[in-house]
Design a protein around this ligand. Structure first.
Ligand code: F6P
Length: 328
């Protein structure tokens, strides 16, 4: 049933990503602009279940557009996976007169939102916030661009030490089950090889490629490995395997880890967050629910949650070919 929305909640959920603060700021200010009250929900669905809310106005979000992390904190809630947990959350929203909300997070957060919205008929919009870029319905998730820049900068530094010592480095990057980060930073940082889950290179071809690099006169090499790669060995096992089979290489491993999720958001992510926040609030006011805001052909577009969470984001295979040519 369409009813006038008077109070919107906003929260961040799941793994944090740079640009989440800029999105919170945008949601809050779009609410103020449209004379709708806005309430911050702390710690994602955990905070919703506990009623951990804070009233927000245009000034409560000052000075955060450039900050990494999320001022509302984030969490992955086990309790919200149960009906009882969701009922508690609904009761808290009713108690606080919150009649719609915006969730900034990844596919797990959207799945929760979708079930919740269907069970309790509460309007909800999603903003895709994750460094992994693994969501269908947007070419870019919030934080992805910043993470790419962070990782390229880190690999440039690893390259300095790798070439000084004539070493081979395996650099593991995040991305959960997809290879977007690995593939793009691999090309951007000029890696000799890129291992991603979407393409099974195989151990023999890896050795062959490293041999070729050596023969072509390269004294050091960088292999970027996506954390979800399915070559069958983790980065440390890969190191041992290559050292056993290619004694000419001195190998080191660098797992970049959670530093990839931090830092000040890039201009691209700040602009994207600002656009997404406005679109999410205006969509709720116009009676839309259960959709994710995304970027398609540089235009804001809505994708129903069920399509966004069930779909499989595709990597750009052209980049693999470009990488092969660049590493000749
Ligand atoms: O989804 C974002 C992400 O950083 C993934 O790249 C990574 O696999 C995961 O979260 C790490 O999760 P946690 O914060 O629970 O260690």
């Amino acid at each position: 049933m369409l009813h006038k929305i008077k109070k919107i909640g906003v929260m961040t959920s799941g793994g944090d990503s740079p640009g989440m603060n800029a999105a919170i700021r945008s949601v809050v200010r779009a609410c103020v602009f449209h004379n709708v009250e806005c309430v911050g929900i702390y710690r994602g669905y955990e905070g919703m279940i506990e009623g951990d809310f804070v009233p927000m106005n245009a000034r409560s979000v000052k000075g955060i557009i450039n900050k990494g992390g999320t001022v509302l904190k984030s969490a992955r809630s086990k309790e919200f996976r149960t009906y009882e947990g969701r009922k508690k959350a609904y009761d808290k929203l009713v108690e606080a007169n919150i009649d719609a909300f915006v969730v900034i997070g990844g596919d797990g957060s959207f799945t929760g939102a979708m079930i919740f919205s269907q069970e309790f008929d509460i309007p909800v919009m999603g903003i895709p916030g994750t460094i992994d870029n693994d969501i269908v319905g947007t070419t870019h998730t919030l934080g992805y661009d910043t993470a790419l820049n962070t990782v390229v900068e880190a690999i440039d530094k690893i390259r300095d030490t790798a070439s000084s010592h004539n070493r081979l480095f395996f650099v593991e990057v995040m991305g959960r089950d997809v290879g977007h980060i690995a593939l793009n930073v691999g090309v951007g940082a000029g890696a000799e090889e890129i291992l991603i889950p979407e393409e099974d290179l195989g151990l023999d071809r890896l050795l062959e490629s490293l041999r070729r690099s050596k023969q072509s006169g390269k004294s050091s090499s960088i292999v970027v490995v996506a954390e979800g790669d399915k070559i069958g060995k983790n980065v440390f096992e890969l190191k041992d395997y290559v050292e056993e089979n290619m004694t000419e290489y001195e190998v080191r491993v660098s797992v970049l880890g959670h530093m990839q999720r931090g830092g000040s958001p890039s201009c691209f992510d700040r602009v994207l967050a600002s656009r997404m926040g406005v679109k999410a609030v205006e969509s709720l006011i116009n009676g839309t629910s259960n959709c994710m805001v995304g970027l398609k052909n540089d235009v804001m577009a809505l994708t129903p949650f069920d399509q966004a969470v069930k779909g499989k984001s595709k990597i750009n295979m052209e980049l693999l070919r470009v990488s092969d040519i660049m590493t000749i």
